[in-house]
Design a protein around this ligand. Sequence first.
Ligand SMILES: Nc1ncnc2c1ncn2[C@@H]1O[C@H](COP(=O)(O)OP(=O)(O)O)[C@@H](O)[C@H]1O
Ligand SMILES: CCCC(=O)OP(=O)(O)O
Length: 363
Amino acid sequence: MFRILVINPGSTSTKLAIFEGEKQVASKTLRHTPEELSPFKKLIDQYEFRVGVIEEFLKTLGFRYEDFDAVVGRGGLVQPIQSGTYKVDELMVSELKEGKYGEHASNLGAVIAYEISKQHGIPSFIVDPVVVDEMDKIAKVSGHPMFERKSIFHALNQKAVARRAAEELGKDYEEVNLIVVHMGGGISIGAHRNGKVVDVNNALDGDGPFTPERSGTLPLTQLIDMCYSGKYTLDFMKKRIKGQGGLVAYLGTNDAMKVQEMISQGDEKTRLIYKAMAYQIAKWIGRMAAALKGEVDAIVLTGGLAYDERYMVRWLKEYVEFIAPVLVYPGGDEEKALAMGALRVLKGVEIAKDYSEEVQKRG
Ligand SMILES: Nc1ncnc2c1ncn2[C@@H]1O[C@H](COP(=O)(O)OP(=O)(O)O)[C@@H](O)[C@H]1O
Ligand SMILES: CCCC(=O)OP(=O)(O)O
């Protein structure tokens, strides 16, 4: 029986789990406030902080790194690649440390896993990183040749819950069309057509609904004028889009549980903002229904916000249930999907992909 350590850094959380074979034997979710993470200028500066969280988790349970057969981390902003389990390698880690293709908490998954792997002689993997790219060519066209739409989203959880939904519908993933809505610190809405995510908003880059801490799509000319006004630095403006946007900007928190509490106490402004987020998510679901030509077997709601049945899930159902039945998988299956990806390789059922080779092949 193989024991696997799962490390899942998110923008608002660090999620950890231990699997023995297919069974999850321990797990923990640590939530991080914007204040807690704000002292770290660059993403990589969070390294020690996130490692501290992991070591505390292992110490409490009485485990050492040597007790594991593999460590698997959430895959971050590497070069666009196909879905699958990848060995973590030097190239991947150097790109992630540098933030060459962007900065997001998920970058730390491979970096931490690799360090554990080197120090303790156990293999390290990532599975379905946030850059998995299966988008149709037509969906990549942005509106101007200087810009291209990119596939950056919660690929790991979107794929995992889509498979779960297909199973619930009594079909294979390759036989169904689904709209998967992951609602976490970032929000992605993916059109899954016969086993491929053929269109999805870029969850990191001002594309999509606003989220607990991102602004989503903003009025462009206003944005450009502000950038050139001389009043704001590049760093300040970037943070309006990611980190200090969305609920954080309007309400001062990225914690939807606090937001729900404020609404239940009769706070009308908070209600308007939170409902506007639901409204924008619903409109993106409508766009993806069009991308699938209306042939939608189910809409799947997942991520932390899908726990909120009282407001978010109810409002979304009101807006989009006319399109297709709505399935709700609160939280999601990320840790399990990571562990199973590593387990398949440890058991020899699958060979881990080689990142350096893959990106060389893609050119
Ligand atoms: N039980 C819950 N009820 C309502 N909202 C929740 C619940 N658990 C988490 N959330 C909210 O979900 C968001 C984080 O989602 P999650 O998918 O865990 O984030 P991350 O992107 O960090 O992985 C936060 O706004 C958090 O407050
Ligand atoms: C990088 C896209 C995935 C994402 O937004 O993840 P979080 O919700 O963890 O920030």
